[in-house]
Design a protein around this ligand. Sequence first.
Ligand code: BJW
Length: 250
Amino acid sequence: MTAPPWFSPAVIEALRAARHVAVLTGAGISAESGIPTFREALTGLWATYDAEELATAEGFARQPRVVWQWYESRRAAIRAAQPNAGHRALAALADLVPRLTLVTQNVDGLHRRAGSPDVIELHGNILRSRCSREGIVMEAGSTSESPPPCARCGAPLRPDVVWFGEILPAAALVAAEAAAAACDVFLSVGTSNIVYPAAGLPWSAAARGAPVLVVNTTAEGQPRGPNIHFALGPAGAVLPALLAAAWPRA
Ligand code: BJW
């Protein structure tokens, strides 16, 4: 039997008293829904590719069919997946604190499907496509082997996600940075915390003295500091346990 996660009493107290909680999630929160994390998505059939080949505009220009097929395979897995207990706990957290800002790097839409309102999607959404020339956004539509042409201008469609070297959606980034700059508690859940600017958010909260709780299966590579706390374990177990520890009667 696995031991229940241990939470720093300082984090539990801060959560109970918080007026504003900010949460940053990454691919780890969707791992228990059966969706490979970003770096795991480059295994199996895709093991011979690296992220720069598949998740950059240059890679798409070089090999549009290969990149499109990688995204189609991930879309199929996401469409078949269901939100898990970690997503549901964060949806429930919105009713337990006066203000919650949920920021995700994930492109899978599972927070919204779990019932979280107002999710800030920093890296876009894989289930949408957009014209690679004019940027017009549309639903991904039916599956195909190669990028379909834009109905307006004929340029290839691309996934509506943010690739390396691309600018994040401005309004989403401003809202995420404002939450990190104002929150009373910051939760960093299931992210390797290596991709910027998202990886700067927990640092920004911690630098102001806000307690940061890192929820991850490993502490390796995570930010460290006096007010950075850890709850190690799968998010689908740790987040419901966190809510039960902070609000035992809820
Ligand atoms: C579990 C678990 C369980 C598993 N429970 N946990 C400053 C310094 C250095 C470099 C840069 C910098 N600023 C910008 C850069 C360049 C670059 C960057 O950060 N590179 C780094 C690699 C160093 N950033 C950018 O290019 C960004 N754009 C930008 O900054 O524009 C301005 C600019 C442009 C040009 C020059 C300079 C500035 C854009 C970044 C876009 C990232 N896009 C991707 C792809 C999205 C589409 C897609 O999905 O295909 O977003 S990359 C990929 O990484 C994806 C993810 O959202 C993102 C983060 O990954 P995440 O979520 O952390 O997943 P993993 O797989 O890394 O980790 C999973 C974690 O879960 C692990 O820790 C596990 O342990 C854990 N886990 N099971 C809990 N059950």
